[in-house]
Design a protein around this ligand. Structure first.
Ligand code: SF4
Length: 585
């Protein structure tokens, strides 16, 4: 280490306050050699003396023009120290698709820094747990797992092959340094916007045996410059993250506190990733974002520049957002760039479904006729307490408008029961909404209060757990009845499916998904290579588009007879599909 000259000391202490403000490295004050299980009294975001002196050594060197210091590397480790040196990482992913997509970003960053991936936690040098904070139960599950991993870590410490545990994602962001309070369970805590810092955080712990935390939320991080590396190279489908964060501030939701403000990834970077996925054999991409249809690329101008995108009857807590390239235009550009790749998107908010989005679905056969439109409740008072920005009537009007534009659209939704103060009568409105709309898929949940949310500050979580459980069951029954009816109308139709894998039940069957994202089971066989029939046949395999005739259905699954191999464009030419008229006979 290079030592500082005495006259540097005054400057150092003058910089000390600024250092605290600027640094993104927060430390646990406990080292691995510290036998005292209670952390020392310093607050966890105060750097220790060694950190302070070494960073200032770097500042001193930077001011010396002859010194060769890379200004991109903060702190006291050289870039070579960030190398994983072929250490093996194991990923454990919990929660939503966004976490799956983020894990591919994390893997790209670590791979670039000489880490290897392994499929068995017992072989790993680093276990990264990518977490979810949406419900209490999700966090309990992760605490349980961390306890188990800590037992593995203790065993390994006796065998001279130390194991590092890193907690990433929403729970890391929510709990921050609280995750370090359990005695040495966790080495690294990294929030969703600090994944580029992971090589440094991991090397800090391996070099100095200290825990490292970075939970700074960013106003502009979209990881646009990181090309994700796929974890499951067998699947013909992939997620593509297009925006991050949420500005809606629904009163029950922790997401704005764990994922930060909305920001969108530039369109060129999205198109680049999707074209590269297509080259690598991907046949379906799901565009992802916490509020995906609120997408707004401010680096681009748009024909809809001056328009407010908000659906009539819907309102927001923020001022109308004007300008930038919007979601409908992005859908159109993606559909044109990769006409043989199927496109889905999730998770949207109902307020952001202007006609430009519906027109894109109508005009491009590779955009699936499938919209997720989370209602959350069917009662206007509950929706108001949830701060969803719409009434039951406005939501129903939107669904009617969507169905009049796209008669064959498949709808899915999310519902929460037992939100603060929800009466029996208010809950009945949710049941009647599910019965009236009829969804192909619904995700139903019992409300779980989260600290920091507006509901936690303003309301009381007063619906008993047993009532919530009973209401979940009733929502499930209502949705399944509607789904069974919708799916029975598909019997007799020809549909296009994308084959994903062999059926879990039988090796003699494959499963694929139709536009509505419903599983379709077909038997394994050789099929004509085109709709013309003839002798030329080939086997079915993952990633094939197959034309099928639906012959059976229930609320969850369809059965089909496979007809022939096809492509998206050929299928729509052959069957003259028309998205503006109903296919129900
Ligand atoms: S739209 Fe509402 S529920 Fe969805 S992430 Fe944003 S705040 Fe949460």
């Amino acid at each position: 280490m290079q030592f500082l000259k005495p006259n540097s000391v005054t400057r150092i202490f003058r910089n000390f306050y600024n250092f605290h403000k600027k640094t993104t490295i927060f430390y646990s004050t406990k080292t691995k050699n510290d036998s005292n299980s209670n952390p020392k009294k310093l607050p966890p975001n105060i750097p220790d003396l060694r950190e302070f002196l070494i960073v200032n050594r770097d500042l001193s060197l930077k001011s010396n023009k002859s010194a060769q210091i890379n200004p991109d590397i903060p702190g006291y480790l050289e870039k070579s120290d960030f190398s994983g040196r072929d250490r093996k990482v194991f990923f454990e992913v919990y929660g939503c698709q966004m976490n799956v997509s983020d894990t591919e970003i994390v893997w790209a960053i670590l791979k670039e820094n000489q880490y290897q991936k392994c499929d068995d936690p017992k072989e790993a040098d680093v276990i990264l747990v990518i977490t979810c904070a949406i419900r209490e139960g999700a966090e309990q599950k992760i605490w349980h797992r961390l306890k188990h991993l800590n037992a593995m870590k203790t065993k390994r410490s006796k065998k001279k092959s130390p194991l590092q545990i890193a907690v990433l994602g929403c729970m890391a962001e929510r709990l921050k340094t609280q995750l370090l309070e359990k005695d040495q369970w966790v080495d690294v805590v990294a929030g969703p916007d600090s994944y580029k810092d992971l090589p440094r955080l991991l090397s800090l712990t391996s070099h100095y045996g200290q825990s490292a935390v970075n939970v700074i939320l960013s106003a502009d991080e979209t990881y646009a410059d990181v090309m994700p590396v796929r974890l499951n190279t067998e699947a013909p489908t992939s997620f593509v993250s297009i925006m991050r964060g949420c500005d809606n501030m629904c009163t029950y939701c922790i997401v704005p506190f764990t994922r930060g403000r909305e920001r969108s990834r530039p369109v060129d970077s999205i198109l680049g990733e999707i074209k590269s996925l297509e080259k690598n054999g991907i046949k379906e991409v799901t565009l992802l974002g916490q509020n995906v249809n609120s997408y707004r690329d401010l680096s681009q101008s748009s024909e809809l520049e001056s328009e407010n995108n908000l659906v009539p009857g819907f309102k927001t807590v923020y001022k109308p957002k004007i300008g930038g390239l919007r979601f409908g235009e992005l859908l159109q550009q993606v559909a044109e760039a990769v006409p043989e790749v199927r496109i889905r998107f999730t998770s949207p908010h109902p307020k952001d479904f202007p006609d430009s989005v519906l027109e894109a679905i109508k005009n491009y056969p590779n955009i699936c006729e499938n919209i997720h439109i989370p209602a959350q409740s069917g009662n206007s008072n509950v929706l108001d307490r949830m701060r969803r920005g719409y009434t039951r009537e406005a939501y129903i009007d939107l669904v009617k408008h969507i169905r009049s534009t796209l008669p064959n659209i498949a709808l899915s939704s999310d519902f929460i029961c037992g939100f603060c103060g929800e009466t029996d009568a208010e809950f009945e409105d949710t049941i009647t909404l599910i019965e009236q709309i009829k969804y192909n898929v619904a995700y139903v949940f019992a409300y779980s209060m989260r600290e920091k949310t507006t509901a936690h500050r303003r309301f009381v979580d007063d619906v008993p757990q047993e009532v919530k459980i009973e209401r979940v069951q009733r929502m499930m029954n209502a949705y399944r009845k509607g789904a069974a009816e919708l799916h029975s109308r598909m019997v007799g139709q020809n549909q296009l499916i994308l084959i994903e894998a062999k059926s879990k039940r039988s090796d003699a069957e494959w499963f694929g998904r139709n536009d509505a994202n419903i599983k379709v089971i077909i038997k394994d066989c050789d099929l004509p290579v085109s709709s013309c029939g003839g002798e030329d046949k080939k086997p079915i395999t993952s990633g094939d588009f197959i034309a099928v005739k639906i012959v059976d259905s229930n609320s969850q699954v369809l059965k089909g007879i496979p007809l022939h191999h096809t492509t998206i464009q050929k299928y729509h030419e052959n069957f003259k599909t028309n998205r503006t008229s109903s296919s129900v006979k």
